[in-house]
Design a protein around this ligand. Sequence first.
Ligand code: SAH
Length: 416
Amino acid sequence: MSGDGGKISLIGLDREALKSALIAAGVPAKSVPMRVNQLRNWIYVHGARDFAGMTNLAKDFRTLLESSFTLGRPEIVTAQLSQDGTRKWLLRTGAGIEFETVYIPESDRGTLCVSSQVGCTLNCRFCHTGTQKLVRNLNPDEILGQLFVARDALGDWPSTAPDRKVTNVVMMGMGEPLYNFDNVKAALAAVTDGDGLALSKRRVTLSTAGVVPMIPRAGSEIGSGLAISLHAVRDEIRDVIVPINKKYPLAALIEACRTYPGASNARRITFEYVMLKGVNDSLAEARDLVKLIKGIPAKINLIPFNPWPGAPYECSDWSQIEKFAEIVNRAGYASPVRTPRGRDIMAACGQLKSESVKERASARAARELVGETAAREAREPGPVDLRERSNAASTSERPGDAMDMLQSSQLSRMPH
Ligand code: SAH
C-alpha cells in the first residue's frame, strides 16, 4: 500500500528495500545502515506510528522521513468483540480492499488469525470466504498491517515485553497463502525477525488447502509450522468439498507432507478436519484417516463446522465428533476438538468474509466518471452478509448479531 498522499509505507520493507528507499529519499549512503537499524527498531520493536516520536533521531531526519514515508496502518472499518473475548477487525486499505483479522485469546497464548487475500479462488463448499470471489492478493504491508492493528489495539508493544498478547500467528484468515507466496513469505520474514517482531517460527503456522507444488518451498523458504486443510480421506469426497483436490489429489498432498522439510515429532504437521454431518464424519473415515497419515509426525484438529448464512452443511452431532476423536486418539494422535471461538461475531474458522468485490470494468469506469456511489450500485450483488457495519473505527461491543442462525441444540453440545 502506498500510504497517505502517495507516501511509501515503510512497514513490510525488508532491510534491502528499506536501504534503497532511504537512499532514494536522499539519506547519505554512509549513514544508511545505521538508519535502517534505528528505523526497524522503532517500527518493529516499539510499534512507532509516526516519525515525530522517534526521539533519538535528528529533527531534520525526522522531517525528511515524514515528507516521504508513512507508518500508516490499514484503516479500521469495524472492530467487534465476542462474548468469549475473541476480537475481529474489518480493515480497509483502499477502495474495495477490505479484509478481516481475528484475535483469539486463550489462557496460555494469544493467536492472531491473519488473511492473505481479499476473497479466495478455492471455493471450498463449507467455507464462507469461498463464496467471495478473489479481489486481489494482499501485499506484505497489508498482511503485516493486521498484526500492527491488533497489537496497537491490545497495547501489545514493545516486542521485547515479557507478556506479549499476540504470541502466535496463523495464516488461516481469508485466502490461500500459498497462492500469494512471495507476499506471505515477506510478511512472515518480518514477523519472525529476531531483531523485530520476534515471534519464533514455531509460533507461526501457515495453513493450506493443498497447493502441493508450493509446499516444499513453504518448508524451505518460510520454515513455519504447516497445517493442511484435509477435511476428507477419499478423493471422491474431497473433490467436492475442497475442489483444489481435483488438481492435486490426496496421494500427492500426503506425499508432500511426508517430505515436508523440518517435520519431526517436535514439529508436527497439523491436519485440519471440519466435521460435516453425514458427509465426512463416519467412523470408517476416522479409521481411514489414521491409515492415510501413517508415519507422518502429525496432530489432527477436529473443527466443528461453523455455520454461515446459506451454508449447505450442518455440524456433526457432538457424540459423533467424540467417537471420531476417540479413534484418532487411540491411534496415537493428539486430536483436540477445536472449541469454536467468536461465532457470535462470525469470527470462527471459515466464517470470514468482506463485502469487497472485484470491480467490473463498467463499475470502474462509473466510479472514475461519477464517483464511488455509482460504482457500488454497478457492482455485482453479493450473497447476504449478516454482519452489521458500524462507523469507521468504532467498536461494537454488542455480541450476538449472528447468533440467531446457530441452532441452540448445536451450541449446547459445544464445549464452551
Ligand atoms: N486457504 C487456507 C487458509 C484458510 S484456513 C486453507 O484452506 O487452509 C481456514 C480454515 O478453516 C481451513 O482449515 C478451512 O478449511 C476451515 N474452515 C473453512 N470453513 C469452515 C467452517 N465453516 N467451519 C469450520 N472450519 C472451516
